[in-house]
Design a protein around this ligand. Structure first.
Ligand code: PEP
Length: 258
């Protein structure tokens, strides 16, 4: 049976200019300083990464980016490379987020290149997968998850999977900034995780599947975190809206600790 430290990652999305980001990191650092049983990651926007990284030095919070290009450098106006992220101390990178897929037309093939590049640059990808509402209503959830996993993990080895986190983010559960948006029920989330883990055991093997961290994302907040995080196979959370407030995010970390 797999047993691993839960990962709680904050996705600040396109929020917080540098001063605000630094003060949120400063507050959070104090609030989670005793967290030992959960791994805490903060993913600020690119402009605040370096400053937040400095603020979090010597803390137990790790730094992650929200996206990256797959090349190390080159003529890609407006983009950021894995080498740049490494140079400022990033350890994690969110890839394939549904907002990147929907608004920036990122497809599985591109995301696969990014996953491979992240791994070869020793960045740990948090690969997001999840069905949208229409796909769910048509009962295509399993098919969609399997297709995304199969495509995005092409040529990733069992050994490399040690550094990959899968985020199950049902698109219909993502708050898009609405604090009252409904999360998936913990039962639905557990089922999604089981589908993912089962498929990982088919494309890799059972041991790899059991050892892969699968985290839930979609309107996680202090009120529902304990319920979601206590479910079988839910190894943490990717938190958007509720992570913008350091106290709320710290409460979620606390829920993961118990
Ligand atoms: C996300 O978009 O990664 C996310 C989980 O957002 P929220 O928590 O706001 O639903």
């Amino acid at each position: 049976m797999h047993q691993m430290k839960k990962l709680i990652a904050a996705n600040w999305k396109m929020n917080k200019a540098v001063p605000e980001a630094v003060s949120a990191a400063e507050e959070l650092k104090k609030l989670v300083k005793n967290a030992k049983n959960a791994e805490v990651v903060v993913c600020p926007p690119f402009t605040a990464l370096e400053a937040v990284g400095k603020e979090l030095k010597k803390s137990n919070i790790k730094l992650g980016a929200q996206n990256m290009h797959f090349e190390g450098s080159g003529a890609y106006t407006g983009d950021i490379s894995p080498l740049m992220l490494k140079s400022i101390g990033c350890e994690y990178v969110i890839l394939g987020h549904s907002e990147r897929r929907e608004f920036f037309k990122e497809d599985d093939m591109l995301i696969n290149k990014k996953v491979a590049s992240a791994l070869s640059h020793k960045l740990k990808p948090i690969l997001c997968v999840g069905e949208n509402l229409e796909e769910r209503n048509r009962h295509w959830t399993q098919e969609v998850l399997e297709k995304q996993l199969n495509n995005c993990l092409q040529n990733v080895t069992k050994k490399q999977m040690k550094n990959v986190t899968i985020a199950y983010e049902p698109v219909w559960a993502i708050s898009r900034g609405d604090p009252n948006h409904k999360a998936a029920t913990s039962k639905d989330a557990e089922e999604g995780h089981a589908l993912i883990r089962n498929f990982l055991s088919i494309i890799f093997d059972r041991k790899t599947a059991e050892n892969t961290r699968i985290i839930y994302g979609g309107s996680m907040k202090p009120e529902n975190a304990k319920d979601l995080l206590s479910r079988k196979g839910i190894d943490g959370g990717l938190v958007g809206n509720a992570s913008l407030n350091a106290k709320s995010f710290a409460e979620i970390v606390k829920a993961a600790e118990n």
